[in-house]
Design a protein around this ligand. Structure first.
Ligand code: ADP
Ligand code: ZN
Length: 830
């Protein structure tokens, strides 16, 4: 028999390799194996098994890593789909679904091939070695076998790298190949287990307590713990009196034994969630839950009947619909995966799931320790949990009997992996997973991605709507209007001589909220600080003539070292414009860079409202006292009056005392050079606005902007998703942006700015030639252009963007050269 194996090689491979399965080894798809690969032994995953080899010259599989297959055939098929769709290495895609820490790095170890002067050493070779070579050999003789990267660190410099190479070639150094130690594995520890009948132990405890023997009370404590729990970790037993002598006695008289048992590292351990019963659903909620229930009963996935878009305004009760759908799935014996945008930012949501299904919810996300992830993965595979909840990667949990996948806030771009291969979108992968496992897919949002809504309109998804906001009212709910939104025109503020951050309206609204002992959220979008210019008189922002995106301000030599002047740059087509001295729209001369941070807003709050207690929440916040959860808890407990934050405050917060949300500036989001800027701004504003008025006191929203007439702001002011949708669809149809065309972004990064630009230019030229060869009619090649952030960690980044109906067609034939990354269906072109 032969196996096709996806190999964990350093080269980005999309194909599998054929190996022979030696006699006596019983392998099926999903098994993890060791395979020979060149001179090395590498990890691999069996993807297929069959009698006929794809290649005649197949080497033998060396051994199996884990007795049980780690992946089901559906998961393998999903990995293949991701690899094909996102042009990503197959092993990377498979490892999304493997337990944490599975991937081990191939290492090379070096040692002297012989000792100079020993019998068997070639005569006189020592004399011909350079100084650098001598040093390396001396080091290896002193330290013994050394891993090559460690050797390079010990003896830095170009000379020694070259010398290592020449010593290997001349046969002075021998190489061996091994995999790095696994970073994690299941953890076990000795435990003390009760073996005597409990009743007998209890009466002995009673005797000990009365007996008055010196050691009696101490031993009684230990026995009591054992009788209560029957198994306790030995480390704890030692703390309560299990000395070596005591242990010997307990084992000798048959009271207890010492056993090695696995310990489960569970991040939810120690948190007790009280069970919460389901509320009676409203009519709309019931209709939605019923449609999902019907789909759960059918065991075949068909797009229109098994996939849903739950479109409900903020606070309309979507989460209760998810919970009801989960109830139905669990009643049918099927399990669930629930995705939330960012687990650290949504503790309230996680808690609601844990409370409804106590003890049956596993949390899985990348900020957990490897050990925790590893353990939870194994427990999930064994069917321990009805519900797995987590950020995008939780989609790949080995949940058996999958019945439903729920993606909350499906429009969030955190569902797209952007910083590492494979750059998949969890929503697209979820749809494929549901197709493969005949599970039901529920996408929920108050502001659906325009592309998702387009699919619902065209019948690919079933649309469920919750048009009304619910507000808890004495044990049940009533409907309530969405908060009023007031748009403040900052141009008028300037004219009236107000140069502060807060408009007069926002100032007085904050003042009255503080006076009523209510809470305030101040939101600002920090991404893209100081990256565009805007006319202070009319609000005009210069855009590219051919791409219709805002131009980005670059300081002198910002995007291109050859450019001494400040420039406005189009990040799609790389056209450059001079920074205008006067506004093109109103001829005003106050064209300024725009930028503002949360720190600055906080200072201003303290200056204007000296008594207000503030708390800042942004991406820089990390662990410790100021972790996301504790900031939220403090604000919830009304230990602060004003929460100042970036995007993250927009997510799922439900704080009844918040009656005012102030958007300090809507313009930063609006003028990012991205075709989705309008949609994103609307989503952000609508989500942030959704934080106001969730209690009985109602609430209002104030949006400050220099462009009050922008369609995204007008739509947000009226909570009008459909107005936004129509404008977006129109604009995208005209320019061939998604959903009417697809995009691929290729990025080249290099420390040498000129080299980066030249490589990008070459790539664009090559792709244009390829487009001619393949006669691809519907393909635009944009750029090369510098990336929005032109330099990250010392490397200059250039983009080439492909736009068309099948933009990967031009890329299937070639592996991209080193230094390139590829992002298919990018979440943004920034
Ligand atoms: P969404 O997920 O759409 O933002 P939620 O599910 O959080 O909305 O509901 C908003 C508020 O209304 C929450 O406080 C929730 O507990 C409450 N709620 C929702 N549905 C009901 C219901 N049927 N009965 C009682 N309370 C409900
Ligand atoms: Zn342009």
């Amino acid at each position: 028999m032969y196996a096709e194996v996806a190999v964990n090689a350093t080269a980005p491979l999309r194909q599998t390799f054929t190996y022979r399965i030696p006699e006596g080894l019983d392998l099926s798809p999903g098994h993890a194996v060791y395979v020979p690969f060149g001179p090395r032994t590498l990890q691999g995953i069996v993807t297929e098994v069959g009698p006929v080899p794809a290649f005649a010259e197949a080497r033998d599989i060396e051994g199996v890593i884990d007795e049980r297959p780690l992946l089901t055939p559906e998961r393998i098929a999903l990995a293949r789909w991701i690899s094909d769709h996102y042009l990503a290495p197959l092993f990377d895609c498979l490892s999304l679904m493997l337990p944490a820490g599975f991937k081990r790095k191939p290492l090379t170890y070096l040692q002297p091939a012989f000792w100079l002067g020993e019998p068997g050493a070639p005569e006189g070779v020592g004399q011909r070695l350079s100084d650098a070579e001598q040093t390396i050999l001396a080091h290896l003789r002193e330290h013994g076998e050394t891993e090559v990267e460690a050797l390079k660190r010990a003896l830095p410099g170009r000379g020694s790298i070259r010398a290592i190479g020449s010593l290997i070639r001349s046969g002075h150094i021998a190489r061996t190949y091994r995999l790095a130690r696994p970073p994690v594995s299941s953890k076990s520890a000795p435990h003390l287990r009760l073996t005597a009948p409990e009743a007998a132990v209890r009466s002995r405890i009673a005797e000990l307590k009365q007996g008055g023997a010196a050691k009696g009370p101490k031993l009684a404590v230990l026995l009591e713990a054992l009788a209560d729990e029957s198994i306790i970790p030995l480390s704890r037993a030692r703390r309560i009196g299990a000395t070596p002598a005591v242990l010997r006695d307990l084992q000798a008289d048959g009271t207890a034994t010492v056993e090695i048992l696995p310990i489960i590292r569970d991040p939810l351990a120690g948190r007790v969630y009280p069970q919460r019963a389901a509320p009676a659903l409203t009519r709309d909620q019931q209709a939605a839950a019923e449609a999902i229930r019907a789909a759960l009963h059918s065991s075949l996935f068909t797009l229109h009947s098994s996939a849903f878009l739950l479109h409900g305004v903020t606070g309309s009760g979507k989460t209760e619909v998810y919970l009801a759908a989960l109830d139905h799935a669990v009643a049918l014996g099927r399990r669930a995966i629930v995705l939330v945008p960012e687990i650290a930012l949504t503790p309230q949501t996680v808690r609601r799931f844990a409370e409804r299904f106590p003890g049956q919810v596993a949390v899985l996300h990348s900020e957990m320790s490897l050990g925790e992830q590893f353990d939870v993965w194994h427990e999930v595979r064994d069917g321990r949990f009805q519900v797995v909840i987590g950020a995008r990667g939780a989609l790949f949990a080995p949940q058996p009997d999958l019945g439903i996948v729920i993606i909350d806030e499906e429009h969030e771009w955190t569902y797209k992996q952007q910083d590492a291969s494979p750059r998949y979108h969890a929503r697209a992968a979820a749809e494929e997973l549901c197709r493969l496992t005949d599970a039901v897919l529920v996408l929920g949002s108050a502001t659906p991605d325009v592309e998702t809504h387009f699919r619902a309109r065209s019948g690919a998804l079933q649309l469920l709507e919750l048009p009304e906001r619910l507000v808890p009212a004495g044990g049940s709910v009533r409907t309530a209007p969405l908060p009023d939104v007031e748009v403040v025109d900052l141009r008028e503020e300037l004219k009236a001589g107000n140069r502060g951050i807060f408009s007069r309206d926002l100032t007085s609204a904050i003042r009255s909220a503080l006076g009523a002992r209510e809470q305030v959220i101040l939101f600002l979008n920090r991404r893209g600080t100081a990256s565009f210019v805007q006319c202070r008189d009319c609000g005009h922002v210069p855009e590219c003539r051919s791409c219709a995106v805002a131009l980005t301000y670059h300081a002198p030599a910002g995007a291109d070292p050859g450019e001494p002047e400040a420039r406005l740059v189009c990040h799609y087509c790389n056209r450059r414009y001079a920074v205008p001295a006067a506004c093109a729209a109103c001829k005003g001369t106050r064209v300024r860079q725009v930028g503002l941070g949360t720190e600055r807003v906080e200072e201003e709050v303290h200056a204007v409202f000296p008594g207000a207690r503030t708390v800042r929440w942004d991406r820089d916040v990390t662990g410790g006292r100021d972790s996301h959860e504790s900031i939220l808890a403090r604000f919830l407990a009304h230990e602060a009056d004003i929460l100042i934050g970036t995007q993250m405050v927009a997510k799922g917060l439900d704080i009844p005392l918040v009656t005012l949300v102030g958007v300090v500036s809507a313009d930063i989001a609006l003028h990012l050079p991205d075709f989705r800027a309008g949609e994103r701004t609307f989503q952000l504003l609508e989500q942030v606005a959704g934080r106001a008025g969730r209690g009985e006191r109602g609430g209002r929203v104030i949006i400050q902007t220099y462009t009050p007439d922008h369609y995204a702001i007008e739509a947000a002011a009226r909570h009008n998703y459909h107005a936004l949708y129509e404008r977006e669809i129109d604009f995208r149809r005209r320019l061939g942006y998604p959903p009417f065309g697809r995009l691929v972004r290729l990025t080249f990064a290099h420390t040498n700015a000129g080299y980066a630009r030249d490589q990008a230019t070459l790539m664009a030229r090559r792709l244009r030639a390829e487009r001619g060869h393949l006669a691809l009619p519907n393909l635009d090649i944009l750029g090369p252009a510098p990336a929005f952030v032109p330099r990250i960690r010392g490397r200059w980044r250039w983009n080439v963007v492909l736009r068309g109906t099948d933009p990967t067609a031009a890329l299937h034939n070639e592996a991209l050269p080193r230094g390139w990354t590829i992002d298919v269906d990018p979440a943004s072109l920034l």
